[in-house]
Design a protein around this ligand. Structure first.
Ligand code: NAD
Length: 276
């Protein structure tokens, strides 16, 4: 079945399940993205810092898919904050991707001690107005950072892409997003594969449905309303991660999965990461 979309707060439709390419070297990204597009993914999540926008762009071009069927996200890196650097950063990303516009452009990290993210947000508003991004959003923004952008910006972020998986379900941010019409996008949705997918709780749910642990975790995200961008370079797993639309978790499954919340991040703390 086709991947459902979520309607962002500016009316743009974003596939609810996409393909992430963090830690995929540029020379492997072309093949991985080509495999994903062939499997039926239409949304690709990259970033300037991943160093694979060129390989990603080559796969997009080689696919022959019409641009309007693709949804491409990239992100402004920490060294490009501020009104002076942000416009060149998006142009450089577009150049590497071989695109005239991205579908979603995100501020990768807030870097609060730099105190530039609201100025950078204003620059993204201009980037969107100039037609270089169909939607703009943020990543790794904590409630305090979002509240400042809401107070000082004129566009509400379409998305906040945050670490989110059953061990770290981010209830507070999800509630704040819902209040302001911001879509929640989950990074490391599979908990990076280690540990989480070996959980006996997830294994038991998976066995009941005749599904894999990764499929159960992705189904959990979809049920919460999250956008997800699982990563794999293994063709069978790339296909497996997209094949999650033929079953539903029960309320009992969800109650068991809720017990996996241990408040533990895998990634950095956004309040301190990437300081100047
Ligand atoms: P993930 O949770 O998607 O896990 C990926 C890993 O899980 C794979 O490398 C593989 O080891 C394993 N895996 C994948 N599919 C599997 C399957 N079906 N069965 C068993 N194991 C499987 O982790 P991720 O790559 O960290 O996150 C996904 C994407 O999120 C990234 O590629 C990137 O696009 C994005 N991301 C964004 C940020 C940010 O700061 N905004 C940070 C990290 C990741």
């Amino acid at each position: 079945p086709a991947v459902p979309t979520v309607t962002l707060n500016n009316g743009i439709e974003m596939p609810q399940l996409g393909f992430g390419v963090w830690q995929v070297p540029d020379d492997e990204a072309e093949q991985a993205v080509a495999t994903a597009l062939d499997a039926g993914y239409r949304s690709i999540d990259t970033a300037a810092i991943y160093g694979n926008e060129k390989g990603t762009g080559r796969a997009l071009a080689a696919s022959g898919l019409p641009r309007e069927e693709l949804f491409v996200t990239t992100k402004l890196w920490n060294s490009d904050h501020g009104a002076d650097l942000a416009p060149a950063a998006v142009e450089a990303s577009l150049d590497r991707l071989g695109l005239d516009y991205v579908d979603l452009y995100l501020i990768h990290w807030p870097q609060p001690s730099l105190d530039a993210y609201t100025e950078t947000w204003r620059a993204l508003e201009k980037i969107a107005a100039d037609g270089r991004a169909r939607a703009i959003g943020v990543s790794n923004f904590q409630p305090a950072h979002l509240r400042r952008v809401l107070a000082e910006g004129s566009v509400v972020p379409a998305v906040n892409q945050i670490e989110l998986h059953p061990n770290f379900p981010q209830a507070e941010l999800r509630a704040l997003h819902a209040e302001h019409g911001i879509a929640t996008e989950a990074w490391s949705p599979l908990g990076q594969g280690k540990g989480l997918l070996d959980s006996p709780v997830i294994g038991a749910v998976a066995a009941r449905h005749g599904r894999t642990p990764a499929q159960v975790v992705l189904r959990w995200h979809l049920r919460l309303g999250n956008v997800v961008i699982p990563k794999s370079v293994t063709p069978s797993r790339i296909r497996e991660n997209l094949d999650v639309f033929g079953f539903e978790l029960t309320d009992a499954d969800l109650a068991e999965l809720a017990n996996l919340d241990n408040g533990t991040r895998l990634g950095p703390d956004p309040d301190t990461f990437g300081q100047a």
